[in-house]
Design a protein around this ligand. Structure first.
Ligand SMILES: *Cc1c(COP(=O)(O)O)cnc(C)c1O
Length: 367
C-alpha cells in the first residue's frame, strides 16, 4: 500500500537525532514547559521572523487561545471558510463566538475575498485566514479588509510551515498565527502539539497566561486560563525536525513538479500556485469530475488517495443546524465532490511516485 502520507518515514530518516533528543528529556526529569520548549519557541520565532512564539497543546488549541487572547467570545462573529479542517471552526465555537463561513476561490481553494463584505456584520471581530494545502490565502485582499474594518487577522498555518508570501514566512502577517504539529503536518511531532506566534507584546503576554491557568507566576491566576501546553518531549523532537523543515519542503516541491509535468496532458485539475507565494505542498490536491472512480481505481492498485475534505463543515451533522448557508458556499460544495489528495510526503520513494503516476494515466486511458 502506498499511503497518502506517513509520519513514520520521517521519524526513520532522522531516528538517531530524534531518539537522542527524546532520551535527553527523559533523563532530565523535567517534562512540561522547560528548556526544550523555551528553546523551540525561540528557534521557531526566529524561523518565521516573529517576535514571540508560544507552544500550546494542538493546532485547534492554538486557534482557541489566539481568539481568546484577542478578547473574542460570546456575542462575537468570526469569519472563516467551510473548506478547511473542522478544527478551524471548532476552535471558533470553543470561544463562544459564532463562525460565519464564506466560500473559497475555485482556483486556489482558499478564502474568496469577494465573499467578505457580505459576511460582515456589526458583531464581526476577526477573520481566520486558512493557508490551505501548503500555500497562502489571499493575504493582500484579506488584510486590506481586516484593516479597513478594524478586525483581527488570525492566520491558520496548520498546513503551511515554511511557506512564504512575497519573501516573508506565512505566520508573520496576521495579529496572531496558529500552527499545528500533528504528526503528518509539514512540521510534525510524535503526538499533539501547536504554536501561536505574534509580533504584539501585549497579545504575547495574554497567550502565555491563557495556556497555563492564567498564571504569571505559579499558583496565582491573573486571568481565567486553562491548560494547553506543549510538552518537553514534543518540543525536543520539533527542534530536530525544524532543522530539516526546509529540505523536506524542497523534497515535497520536487514531488509536486514531477506530478505536475506527468499530468500536464490529462483532463485533471492540477494545484494552482499563487503569484508571489511559495507552495510547500502539505497536500497535492487534484480535481476531477470522476473523483470517486479515480479514488477507487487507485485503491484497487494499492494507492491511498484521500479527500480533503469530503463533507464541508456547514453540512456536517454537528454544524448543519447552526452554520448552513444555503446557496452561498457553492464552490466549497463542488470541491467536496471533486478534490483528491495524491500521495505526498517528503520521503515518498520515486518508484512509488512512478506507480501513482502510471495508475493515474491508466485511469484516463480507460475512461
Ligand atoms: C490540522 C489542522 C488544524 C488542527 O490542528 P490539530 O493539531 O489537529 O488540532 C487546524 N487547521 C487546519 C487547516 C489543519 O489542517
Amino acid at each position: 500500500m502506498i499511503p497518502c502520507s506517513t509520519p513514520l518515514a520521517q521519524y526513520l530518516s532522522h531516528k538517531p537525532e530524534i531518539d537522542l533528543a527524546v532520551a535527553r528529556v527523559l533523563d532530565s526529569g523535567w517534562y512540561i514547559l522547560g528548556e526544550e520548549t523555551r528553546a523551540f519557541e525561540a528557534e521557531f520565532a526566529q524561523y518565521i521572523k516573529c517576535r514571540f512564539a508560544t507552544g500550546v497543546g494542538s493546532g485547534t488549541e492554538a486557534i482557541h487561545v489566539a481568539l481568546k487572547a484577542c478578547g473574542i467570545g460570546a456575542g462575537d462573529e468570526v469569519i472563516t471558510v467551510s473548506h478547511t479542517a473542522v478544527a478551524t471552526v471548532a476552535a471558533i465555537e470553543l470561544t463562544g463566538a459564532v463562525p460565519v463561513l464564506v466560500d473559497v476561490d475555485p482556483v486556489t481553494c482558499t478564502l474568496d475575498p469577494r465573499a467578505l463584505d457580505e459576511a460582515l456584520s456589526s458583531r464581526t471581530r476577526a477573520v481566520v485566514a486558512v493557508h490551505l494545502y501548503g500555500q497562502a490565502a489571499d493575504l493582500e485582499a484579506i488584510s486590506a479588509f481586516t484593516r479597513k474594518h478594524g478586525l483581527r487577522l488570525i492566520e491558520d498555518c496548520a498546513q503551511c510551515h515554511g511557506a512564504e508570501f512575497e519573501g516573508r514566512k506565512l505566520g508573520s502577517f496576521g495579529d496572531i498565527s496558529c500552527f499545528s504539529f500533528y504528526p503528518t503536518k509539514n512540521l510534525g511531532c510524535l503526538g499533539d502539539g501547536g504554536m501561536v506566534a505574534t509580533n504584539d507584546a501585549d497579545l504575547a503576554s495574554q497567550l502565555k497566561l491563557l495556556r497555563e491557568y492564567g498564571w504569571a507566576e505559579r499558583y496565582v491566576s491573573h486571568i481565567p486560563g486553562w491548560n494547553s501546553r506543549l510538552d518537553e518531549i514534543q518540543a525536543a523532537v520539533l527542534r530536530v525536525k525544524l532543522r530539516h523543515l526546509d529540505e523536506s519542503n524542497q523534497a515535497r516541491g520536487r514531488l509536486a513538479e514531477a506530478y505536475d509535468s506527468s499530468f500536464a496532458e490529462l483532463p485533471l485539475g492540477l494545484p494552482a500556485r499563487r503569484a508571489g507565494a511559495s507552495h510547500v505542498f502539505h497536500l497535492y490536491v487534484v480535481t476531477s469530475d470522476q473523483r470517486d472512480e479515480l479514488q477507487q481505481w487507485l485503491k484497487e492498485r494499492g494507492i491511498g488517495a484521500l479527500i480533503h475534505y469530503p463533507v464541508p463543515i456547514h453540512l456536517q451533522p454537528a454544524y448543519v443546524d447552526r452554520l448552513s448557508r444555503p446557496g452561498k458556499l457553492q464552490v466549497t460544495e463542488k470541491l467536496a465532490r471533486t478534490v483528491l489528495s495524491l500521495p505526498m510526503y517528503p520521503e515518498l520513494p520515486s518508484a512509488d511516485q512512478d506507480k501513482v503516476i502510471e495508475a493515474v494515466r491508466d485511469f484516463f486511458k480507460a475512461h
